[in-house]
Design a protein around this ligand. Sequence first.
Ligand SMILES: Cc1cc2nc3c(=O)[nH]c(=O)nc-3n(C[C@H](O)[C@H](O)[C@H](O)COP(=O)(O)OP(=O)(O)OC[C@H]3O[C@@H](n4cnc5c(N)ncnc54)[C@H](O)[C@@H]3O)c2cc1C
Length: 375
Amino acid sequence: MESVTVVGAGIVGVCIAHALAGRPGTAVTLVDAALPTGATSRAGMAWLNASAKRPRDYFELNFAGVREYHALHRRLRPDWIHLTGSIADEGHTPQLSGRIDELVGWGYRAERWTGEDVARNLDGAVAVRRPHELFAHYPDEGWIDVAAALPDLLARAAEGEFRYLFGSAVTALDTDGRGFDVTLADGTHWRADQLVNAAGPGADRVAGLLGRELPLAPTRGLVLRLHAPGVRLGKVLLGAAATIRPDGPDHYRVHSHALDALMGRSPAVDRRELVAELVVRAARQVPGLARARVVAEHSGVRPVPADSFSSIGRVETIPGYVEAVTHSGVTLGALVGRLVADIVLLDEVSPLLTPRFRPDRFTRGVVAGPAPPPG
Ligand SMILES: Cc1cc2nc3c(=O)[nH]c(=O)nc-3n(C[C@H](O)[C@H](O)[C@H](O)COP(=O)(O)OP(=O)(O)OC[C@H]3O[C@@H](n4cnc5c(N)ncnc54)[C@H](O)[C@@H]3O)c2cc1C
């Protein structure tokens, strides 16, 4: 029996634990410092997409991530995968027409919609400037209800050889090259054959416990949950002013990259001003949201490796250690779960994990990359 410890029970760690627990001959321990777990995963927009991803190999990874949820949806029919499709306007995606052509050329379903199509298909919910304004429709995208996904995947994992320990942080890790001694803040300790670091924005500190330097460039983001009865928006909307998506009956989530950029500014921008501005921006896209009530403010920290790309796989110098740290972790979660299980149990590395995503690139020194890709 191979014993595997997964550190971090956000969407990435839970998907990995779920995939591992479903394989024979594996005993999985999932640990998390917090309760509830998955701070970042619960805080984000959880937009399932590849349309916003570049360069090509990062797009392909995310495209496979989208397909993985479609397969999961067909297999398990969970109520937390919402394959609604999404639409983007020209303000959100520069050179939208060319991008649609590029995505179609890459085998992605991307359709040209006019303002009239948007008005008709979305019951007039979205502000349309001109009847012939160009929109992109991505029918295979959608959103994930992370708060519902986590307990469901944990319950499914529990059908295998699986235990979880939540509420105490991993504070010490020792390795003799043949396994790991794992110690929690409350003194609990055990031995694991292999260790997966899926600790999100805390992954650099977990790596540090093994003497590994994992450089992160985390960014903070603000997402609001709005209550807006009477508004009918059935798809994810990517607009110039804000991104908006359904979040259960009569509720919506809204986000703006432009406002996130103000969060780290000095002197600090008043949080109440940001919240008010985000509602104004949302109402510019979906006028019915002008009367919405803010029911929750989520502030999350994106776990972005320093060159902005995912770090997924083994580290040559630490036998048995696997990293799974990424932005777009919701889109990638289900796929990363399966790919990491293949690495841990079969030593098989998917061709989707090109050298750009290999953790060992940091062992050789970091080259500063472009700004993190959007959600
Ligand atoms: C504003 C915003 C919008 C976003 N929008 C999208 C989007 O639209 N689509 C998308 O795909 N992604 C989006 N993301 C990114 C996505 O949310 C993250 O990539 C993803 O949630 C990362 O998941 P995770 O499981 O790695 O991290 P987390 O959810 O943070 O989970 C990590 C867990 O590790 C635990 N942990 C940390 N250190 C320790 C330790 N020492 N011991 C034990 N446990 C530990 C933490 O308690 C935590 O529960 C967004 C993020 C933000 C902030």
